[in-house]
Design a protein around this ligand. Structure first.
Ligand code: DGY
Length: 422
């Protein structure tokens, strides 16, 4: 047992080192050849288990791409790679930020992992932290300025902003877009991964249409907010930003810095979380702000409530049922849904990254038994099937890209039997 454990820790470290491009980490070669925002934050968390300095470097290379308006892009295009679509010329952000990038952000998990990295070694971390705190705050402020629904939830203006690209949560909002005039384009993702595991052409047409619109409007939020064609209040971003604000306030307070503004943001987001509760089913779900309708889908993002510090009896019942329903919870879409598709990206598969966030939240709030079930099932998935991007929640079959940085990071920092021993 001990032998296998060390072997897999070593393998996970090799995955991170193999994806290290010199100070920043790509999610996986081929499919994702650039620095992605929340992937990079997870990678830093993984590095911190064996190399604190490298962990800080990951965070600093990520924040090096921050735009003057505080937005932290979801992709930093540090070198051109024609094997990825849509690349820098499609986004057309040249001259806006310090590094060529996309024009949207991604779930702000960074503050939470920065806190974890700092707490692991404050002696190395405090100087890094002091220079990062204003940058993190500027990023969170950008969300509070440009992405808050009237009820206080965070909404996304592109499915990629939530990180859950083809979730059923976007279906009704995507159907309202007519992707006229996008022209010919060639997808690259389906040359790396079986198309049955990826979003459909209908999805891609709309992803691209939204990117082209942003490009046309110069990624100017004030212009883009007018007649916003896609706006969905999202549990992923709302719960994650609330948690991130709490961790940011904690770090500020520990270093004698003010927290009033951040605390105010948290109060707004707490109201926003409540607005995401489905009126009949009572679980947290997305709202298509263009129609005002709850989407009605139970997804893995629904279970991020504990991560945000919201303890909920109703959700606990649904969680217990979900842990029984699936050999490898948590499915990204309820396996009882008629849209469930066990290997198609965010329409069914289990993602170790979401499991880790949900598990951290459950542990924080005292639900150790449920957290441990999730952790040990995720451990089984990875040790039996490798460091895949995600897995089938009924069979454990691996899906998407292989040798994935964030799966390796989740192994090292959360799922490995050695966690807690070090
Ligand atoms: C992709 O290209 O599939 C990404 O998820 C976009 O961020």
């Amino acid at each position: 047992m001990r032998k296998e454990k060390i072997f897999l820790d070593q393998k996970a470290q090799e995955v991170l080192e193999g994806n290290d491009k010199g100070g920043y980490t790509i999610p996986t070669a081929g499919l994702y050849p650039y620095q992605w925002n929340w992937d990079s934050a997870f990678a830093a968390w993984g590095f911190s288990v064996f190399d604190t300095k490298r962990a800080w470097r990951e965070i600093e290379t990520l924040f090096a791409g921050q735009w003057p308006n505080g937005m932290l892009p979801h992709i930093l295009f540090r070198q051109d790679d024609p094997d990825y679509f849509p690349g820098p010329t499609v986004w057309g952000t040249e001259g806006i930020g310090p590094i060529s990038s996309s024009g949207i952000s991604q779930p702000p998990v960074a503050a939470t992992f920065i806190r974890a990295i700092w707490e692991r070694d404050q002696q190395i971390g405090t100087d890094h932290l002091l220079s990062l705190l204003p940058k993190i705050k500027a990023w969170h402020k950008w969300f509070m300025n440009w992405r808050i629904s009237p009820e206080g939830a965070v909404f996304v203006t592109h499915p990629w902003e939530a990180g859950r690209d083809n979730s059923a949560d976007w279906d009704s909002a995507m159907a309202m877009i007519i992707p006229k005039g996008i022209g010919e384009y060639k997808r690259r993702d389906t040359s790396h991964v079986d198309p049955s595991m990826r979003p459909t052409k209908e999805d891609y047409d709309r992803y691209l249409w939204l990117v082209q619109r942003g490009n046309r409007l110069g990624w100017d939020e004030a212009r883009m907010v007018e007649e916003q064609p896609f706006a969905v209040a999202d549990p992923t971003l709302t719960f994650i930003l609330l948690r991130a604000n709490k961790d940011l306030a904690f770090m500020n307070k520990s270093l004698g810095l003010p927290t009033e503004e951040i605390d105010r943001w948290s109060r707004t987001l707490e109201m926003g979380c409540e607005s995401l509760r489905h009126p009949e089913s009572k679980y947290f779900n997305a709202i298509n702000l263009k129609s005002g309708e709850h989407t009605g889908y139970l997804t893995s993002a629904s279970f991020l409530c504990w991560y945000a510090g919201i303890s909920d009896e109703k959700m606990l019942d649904i969680l217990k049922r979900t842990l029984i329903d699936n050999l490898y919870p948590i499915p990204s879409l309820d396996s009882r849904s008629n849209k469930f598709d066990g290997l198609r990206y965010w329409r069914g598969p289990t993602w170790p990254v979401l499991n880790a966030l949900i598990g951290l939240g459950l542990s924080d709030m005292g639900y150790e038994k449920e957290a441990e079930i999730l952790r040990s099932k995720t451990r089984d998935l990875i040790s039996q099937n490798g460091f895949a991007e995600y897995f089938h929640p009924k069979t454990g079959a691996p899906g998407g890209g292989e040798a994935f940085s964030w799966t390796a990071a989740v192994w090292l920092a959360w799922a490995s039997p050695s966690v807690g021993e070090k």
